[in-house]
Design a protein around this ligand. Structure first.
Ligand SMILES: *Cc1c(COP(=O)(O)O)cnc(C)c1O
Length: 443
């Protein structure tokens, strides 16, 4: 952000006239939508603020309905690796829309995107497109159950795989933010086949695998829904080994890490390959698309080739396919080098700013992902993430908003720097963050 237009009211203001349009929309929204939002974390309740209503965005800048500008590190929670309104993506989507937005019949563009994904992601021979990561993860579990003839799945506390019933047990993300221990409305039947253990706990993993026969072990190989909590050394290898010994399929949910940390996601970085991979967010380039895939013998169990049913009215729709293809075809080695160096600059700067205050902070990052934990050590599991100083984190996020920085309003989410975040923007962010650290230290 290079200009200095006013942002959200300046330090300390929570409800000035500068928020008048947002507040008016919020009161209308609350009348017709639960909490005034269509997805919970947007409500900003965990940092005790009202949601921003957005009017437009471009590059790394997002503008609310009151004309306040922010540097955006939410970036729609992951899809926008190129930043907002990237010109090639707009062109591709505009051309697709002019030719009809959906036909419910196959098109060339979905074949092209499927080929591009299969080419880049290790272990994939075939994929099936869906419209959301929730659907893709749910369908991958269904496929694993069908392939193994088993019911139980193993997941990790604080891992989010969308909101389907059997995966909503001990999930992080919005559930963590709302401090809801699961969800009412999920039947005992749906949750009793889900075994949950702590992330990075090799002993719990071995014990669970001795006790149960699993259809699948499902993991975010780079968990980012309890904040960013990378696997400890060898843990992904242990997952692979235990799955093999158990006769379970290993499912990597790379909805966030896919195409973000490398073209082949965390599989490429770690060298550990799963049996099924779930993709989302970046594969839709900012439109609704996701996918699950794996080797041919597994994917051929899906209808109409096999009898595992899964379908979708808008699956593979041409707008989302065009946006996805326009996005991932720009992600070459230079792009990842740039994103890694942008993230490192942000990491270094935040770390330096944090060490200049008395606040206990840990910065964790990977290419394109970062979390500032309010704890003196980086958490290695969900319990530790929950033990962070959530009040201080919330105060810091409010301080950032007051200074024109829109960071994820929850300790249990990651920042999403994009290729549109340039060095001056990162440096301005670090300066604002340092100010906000000082402000909360003197609270
Ligand atoms: C966002 C997310 C999902 C769910 O994707 P939706 O498109 O929101 O349904 C699943 N898994 C992970 C790891 C995610 O981050």
């Amino acid at each position: 952000m290079t200009d200095a237009r006013p942002h959200n009211g300046g330090p300390g203001s929570t409800s000035s006239d500068r928020n008048a349009n947002s507040r008016a929309l919020f009161s209308r929204a609350r009348r017709v939508m639960p909490g005034g939002v269509n997805s919970p974390v947007r409500a900003m309740r965990s940092i005790d603020r009202e949601p921003l209503f957005i009017e437009r965005a471009s590059g790394s800048t997002i503008v609310d309905v009151d004309g306040a500008e922010f540097v955006d590190y939410v970036c729609s929670w992951g899809p926008l690796i190129l930043g907002h309104a990237q010109s090639d993506v707009i062109d591709a989507v505009t051309r697709a829309a002019a030719a009809g937005s959906t036909y419910g019949a196959p098109t060339a563009i979905e074949v092209e995107l499927a080929e591009a994904i299969v080419e880049r992601v290790p272990g994939l021979e075939m994929i099936r497109m869906t419209s959301s990561g929730t659907e893709a993860a749910m369908s991958a579990v269904r496929l694993a159950r069908a392939a193994t003839g088993r019911d139980k799945i193993l997941k990790f506390a604080g891992a989010y795989h969308g909101h389907s019933d059997s995966l909503l047990v001990d999930a992080g993300s919005g559930l963590a933010t709302l401090a809801v221990p699961g969800s009412p409305g999920v039947t005992r039947g749906a949750s009793e086949d889900t075994i949950v253990i702590a992330w990075n706990d090799g002993q719990a993993l071995a014990a669970a695998c001795r006790q149960h026969e699993f259809a699948a072990i499902i993991a975010e190989p780079l968990p980012a829904n309890m904040g960013l909590v990378p696997p400890e050394r060898e843990f992904l290898k242990q997952l692979r080994q235990q799955a093999d010994d158990n006769g379970a399929l290993l499912i990597f949910d790379e909805v966030i890490s896919g195409f973000r940390v490398a073209p082949g996601g965390m599989q490429e970085l770690s060298g550990v390959e799963a049996d099924l991979v779930v993709l989302g967010k970046i594969v839709g380039g900012g439109l609704p698309a996701a996918a699950y895939g794996g080797r041919r013998s597994l994917l051929e169990l899906i209808a109409p080739e096999g009898d595992v049913y899964q379908a979708g009215t808008l699956s593979g729709n041409p707008l989302a396919m065009a946006a996805g293809l326009a996005t991932i075809s720009q992600l070459d080695a230079d792009a990842y080098a740039q994103l890694a160096s942008t993230t490192q600059r942000l990491d270094d700067g935040l770390r330096a700013a944090a060490s200049a205050t008395d606040t206990a902070l840990s910065v964790v990052s990977e290419c394109g992902l970062l979390t500032v934990f309010f704890a003196d050590r980086p958490p290695s599991n969900y319990e530790q993430a929950k033990a962070c100083d959530l009040d201080a984190h919330a105060a810091w996020c409010r301080g950032l908003l007051d200074r024109g920085i829109y960071a994820p309003p929850s300790q249990f989410e990651a920042w999403f720097p994009s290729l549109a975040h340039d060095e001056p923007t990162i440096d301005a962010t670090i300066a604002a963050a340092a100010d906000a650290f000082t402000e909360i230290a003197t609270r």
